[in-house]
Design a protein around this ligand. Structure first.
Ligand code: ADP
Length: 545
């Protein structure tokens, strides 16, 4: 074999940092602080502060491979941890501040965290965690609302005392850069370990025009928390491209976000559907209040973006939504919904159908969906848009194992990752999630897609949000139930909702009951918490036959 004669140049995050320092030192990094004022810095400032942070951490005893945890909102110092910690050869571990303190402690212990960087405003949370996380020896407090209290190290004071120069070590591209835990909606949280290589390649993919297309000209607003699968890699892509970054800090309400988008002229924003649902509602009420002409795309993922949301933004406000699917285990981007040129003559309804799907796989991610044959052997399903099976993926930014080797059943013998999502794949490769395996409603042996029903219900003019889940049934085992949140001042009767769904679905798919609720319980990453819905209302049909 003739081997290629090209350099073996490691794909590391250090290169992103170097590149930003050299080429984009004037790109802005803007953070909204707890008091709502804006902190302005540049990538040049961030780069110098990364040197100071690495020196400070080294002085505190952080060495290669050590885990430095963060308990932070999205802000400039969190970005510094994202860059400096991996570049110094250590591993940044983003703790999810929405979890229960004992869960946070479990995760910190499991990951072996040694040092913590914590927002001052989140110290009350840390106080409830610390007793159960004795491995964390030092806590650096980001003084987002006054200096660090007695007994803590002040992040800014530590940086001020250090030199901005740090001799970044040469790193193996396969070494760990970040640890991120799944949110545990399917069992104990499991640690996913991103490598320098996986994160770098993923950032490059995000920069492709047919993907999110992050460019130097962009102003990127990651609304998705930096503790949720590295804010979908958006901060890294922005640094790689030299884009302007805008961080919302703790202010995630629709008004604050719209103020920030308009005020900073954001071009790209990314967040989960709930965030955008709130924003769409506010825009509908105040269509002229914000100038959003700078916005070129809003990336939505984490759970299914209802077609009515995508369509509403486009028709009523001229705003484009990019729907994407991913998981903590996939660094996280896997598929993204864009309409191919070859689909050019599709009508509006079919284009919306493509844009509301989970899309087709991004380069280097491969997908297949599987069923279990009668003899128990796994079989690949056809890409016919109808056969439902579990989605499996593989690629350079897909996990090959969890930290501590838990959950080995999620990896197939031929080295694919089992996502737990039930999907169809059509002939063009568009993936459509019909459910998470554990949320499928199994009625008399037939599978009913809760996601399809939810999307249809959310298109009803009076409905703000709807979740469909399995209720116990004496005859059919399970039947779909709908929990519905109405828009303020609006309502619809169960008969009206049923009539709305009837033309769209087979009769046996229609929910047996519509329960009006004030809000739908959610997981820490904004997904409908169907286990809770089942606990609360799962016996509704047994009690109300
Ligand atoms: P966890 O698995 O711990 O809840 P993740 O954020 O990793 O946290 O969740 C990944 C899951 O989120 C996917 O397996 C899928 O079920 C769901 N998901 C992500 N993006 C989408 C999307 N665009 N449409 C539907 N479901 C999605």
């Amino acid at each position: 074999m003739l081997r290629g004669r090209m350099m073996d140049f490691p794909l590391t995050l250090t290169h992103l940092l170097d590149r930003a320092t050299r080429y984009f030192p004037r790109s802005e990094v803007v953070t909204r602080l707890p008091d709502k004022s804006l902190r302005r810095a540049t990538l040049g400032d961030v780069s110098a502060r990364c040197g100071r942070l690495a020196n400070a951490l080294q002085r505190l005893g952080v060495g290669p491979g050590d885990r430095v945890a963060t308990l932070c909102w999205n802000h400039q110092q969190h970005l510094e941890c994202y860059l400096a910690v991996p570049a110094m050869g250590a591993v940044v571990h983003t703790l999810n501040l929405r979890l229960h303190p004992s869960e946070i402690a479990y995760i910190a212990r499991h990951a072996g965290d040694k040092v913590l960087v914590c927002d001052r405003t989140l110290l009350p949370l840390w106080e409830n965690v610390r007793a159960e996380a004795p491995g964390i020896e030092k806590v650096l407090v980001v003084p987002d609302a006054g200096p660090a209290p007695e007994g803590f190290l002040d992040y800014e004071a530590l940086l001020a005392a250090e030199s901005p120069h740090h001799a970044w070590p040469g790193l193996d591209e396969d070494s760990a850069a970040m640890v991120c835990y799944t949110s545990g909606t399917t069992g104990n949280p499991k640690g996913v370990v991103y490598s320098h290589r996986s994160t770098t390649l993923h950032a490059m993919a995000l920069c492709m025009r047919d993907c999110v297309g992050v460019s130097e000209e962009d102003t990127v607003l990651p609304v998705v928390p930096m503790f949720h699968a590295s804010a979908w890699g958006m901060p890294y892509a922005a640094v790689l491209a030299g884009a302007k970054l805008v961080f919302p800090g703790p202010h995630l309400d629709p008004t604050s976000l719209l103020d920030l988008m308009a005020g900073e002229r954001a071009t790209l924003a990314a967040g989960v559907p709930t965030i955008w649902l709130g924003i769409l509602n506010l825009l509908d009420e105040n269509p002229k209040r914000w100038d959003l002409t700078s916005v070129r795309s809003m990336v939505i993922g984490g759970s299914a973006a209802p077609p009515s949301l995508i369509d509403g933004f486009r028709r009523r406000h001229g705003l484009e939504v990019t729907h994407a699917w991913g998981m903590t285990e996939t660094n996280p981007l896997g598929t993204l919904a864009r309409v191919k040129r070859s689909a050019g003559d599709l009508g509006d309804a079919q284009r919306l159908e493509a844009r509301a799907s989970q899309g087709y796989a991004v380069p280097f991610v491969e997908v297949r969906h599987m069923a279990v044959a009668g003899d128990g052997a796994p079989v690949r399903l056809p890409w016919d848009g109808a056969s439902m099976g579990e989605l499996e993926v593989r690629g350079p930014w897909v996990a090959s194992a969890y930290l501590g080797d838990e959950g080995s059943d999620k990896f197939t013998p031929d080295e694919w990752f089992r996502t737990g999502d039930v999907v169809t794949i059509d002939a063009e490769g568009y993936v459509r999630i019909t459910d998470r395996a554990k949320d499928v409603v199994k009625s008399g042996g037939e599978w009913i897609s809760s996601v399809a029903l939810e999307n249809a219900l959310m298109a009803h003019p009076a409905v703000l949000e709807a979740a469909v889940f399995a209720g116990k049934h004496p005859k059919w085992d399970e039947r779909p139930l709908a929990a519905v949140v109405f828009k303020p001042g609006q309502t619809a009767t169960p008969d009206e909702l049923r009539a709305w769904l009837e033309p769209r679905f087979a009769k046996f798919w229609l929910p047996d009951a519509y329960l009006t609720v004030e809000q739908i319980p959610r997981t820490s990453t904004g997904k409908f918490l169907k286990t809770r819905l089942r606990e609360l209302y799962g016996e509704h049909l047994l009690k109300n036959p």
